[in-house]
Design a protein around this ligand. Structure first.
Ligand code: S3P
Length: 422
């Protein structure tokens, strides 16, 4: 993929459905009784992986203008005939581990080359504590799960992770008694927000609590636009003079929008408006180009903007002064080692980057130049480098750019439209 610089970046956008909410709506629909209808379901490859795995577990899944899941409760899930293939999707593998942990059969969960290097003990441990047999491959996929009767657990997350929190809660829905997940730093809360729509009460005093053995009832879910995808378009507008972008119908959950706060700290003027509050805040984002300065992203801020750090790094490369991220070692356990792959790409484009085990510093303000860069098969790295390319001098060639479809099919078309002026 070759990307030429753009003079400015303008337009109104609506984005494909939020990936995190889509996964959860489908999985809860499969555990519920009745027909769950999901509008705006994400067209991302990751969410297709979740639907395929659910179908492999015997769930009736139909994809049309809406995704329709004919749930028959967890007891109707059937032992899959093949390995459950989560593809590139950590969310699919970790969350489904929580589902099958409660079922009386054995199954194997696996993924692609990138997923096979990601840590799984964090999800295996609590599921074992609840009574499931879970064997990892040196701490990574494939995972073999021998499910069965579970008991509720009180689990303190050692690594902040919404995927692990969700896996434990999904297992908890099938367990005897109460299950509570305690997190030191708040991670995204879509599962907690969706559960009441499926008729399940969620306790929120000192952790997130569910009670096992209560049936879930089917729901209608409208998935808003993916705010993590929005981050790339917001940054594209910020780094090109004369730009203006408005994004409509986008998720504005505060546990996902912390990147907007960082950009504001950097000098961006970003307006948002909430048009719907429940079960998720949804609305619009408006942004214009701005002169940016560096910022510090401390460890405590990281969980709420973990997926947006690649986009923020591109803004940082255009900011005056240092931009530092610390306490983000978790980035090394994403679809690629995002500290290494981001630093490599931006450095090739001429940015001044200092890599550390738990983060990086970018000394911004140096003009970027087009270069040959690599996505390392990581969708967010591909998209970050593509946005950087819009504001570089000369053309950039991204190897492995197509992986953007893992979360944002249509990303390059949106980029082109914005570069043409909307
Ligand atoms: C996600 C949680 C985060 C995030 C991922 C989606 C989710 O991962 O990076 O893209 O939907 O729960 P962790 O839970 O591993 O932090």
């Amino acid at each position: 993929m070759r990307i030429a610089p753009a003079r400015s970046f303008r337009g109104r956008f609506t984005l494909p459905g939020d990936k995190s909410i889509s996964h959860r709506a489908a999985i809860l629909g499969a555990m519920a009784e009745g027909e769950t209808r999901i509008s705006g379901f994400s067209p991302a490859a990751d969410c297709a992986s979740t639907l395929l795995c659910l179908a492999a577990l015997g769930v009736d899944v139909r994809r049309g203008p809406e995704v329709v899941i004919a749930g028959r409760g967890p007891a109707a899930l059937a032992p899959p005939r093949t390995v459950l293939d989560a593809g590139n999707s950590g969310s699919t593998l970790r969350m489904l581990a929580g589902v099958v942990a409660g079922r009386p059969f054995r199954c194997v969960l696996d993924g692609d080359h990138s997923l096979r290097r990601r840590p799984m003990e964090r999800v295996a441990e609590p599921l074992r504590a609840m009574g499931a047999g879970v064997v990892t491959t040196g701490g990574r996929p494939p995972l073999t799960i021998e499910g069965g009767p579970l008991r509720g657990v009180r689990w303190e997350l050692t690594v902040p992770s919404a995927q692990v929190k969700t896996a434990v809660l999904l297992a908890g829905l099938q367990a005897l008694g109460e299950t509570t997940v305690i997190e030191a730093a708040p991670s995204r809360d879509h599962t907690e927000r969706l559960l009441p729509a499926f008729g399940v009460a969620v306790g929120k005093g000192g952790g997130v609590t569910v009670t096992g053995g209560r049936p879930l009832r089917a729901a209608r879910v409208a998935v808003p636009g993916d705010v993590s995808s929005a981050a790339f378009l917001v940054v594209a507008a910020l780094v090109r003079p004369g730009s203006e972008v408005r994004i409509e119908g986008v998720l504005l959950n505060p546990r996902r929008t912390a990147f907007l706060e960082v950009l504001r700290q950097m000098g961006a003027v970003i307006e948002t408006g909430i048009e719907q509050a429940d079960p998720e805040p949804v609305g619009w984002i408006a942004v214009r180009s701005a002169k940016l300065r560096g910022a510090d992203v401390p460890a405590a801020a990281v969980p709420a903007l973990i997926d947006e750090i690649p986009a923020l790094a591109v803004a940082a490369a255009h900011a005056e002064g240092p931009f530092t991220v610390t306490g983000a070692a978790e980035l090394r356990a994403k679809e690629s080692d995002r500290i290494a792959t981001l630093c490599e790409g931006l450095e090739r484009m001429g940015a001044h980057v200092e890599e550390r085990p738990d983060g990086f510093t970018i000394q911004g303000g140096r003009p970027l130049r087009g270069a040959a860069v690599r996505s390392h098969g990581d969708h967010r790295i591909a998209m970050a480098l593509a946005v950087a390319a819009l504001a570089a001098e000369g053309e950039t060639e991204i190897q492995g750019a197509e992986c953007a479809a893992v979360s944002f099919p249509g990303f390059y078309a949106a980029l082109e439209r914005g570069a043409r002026g909307g």
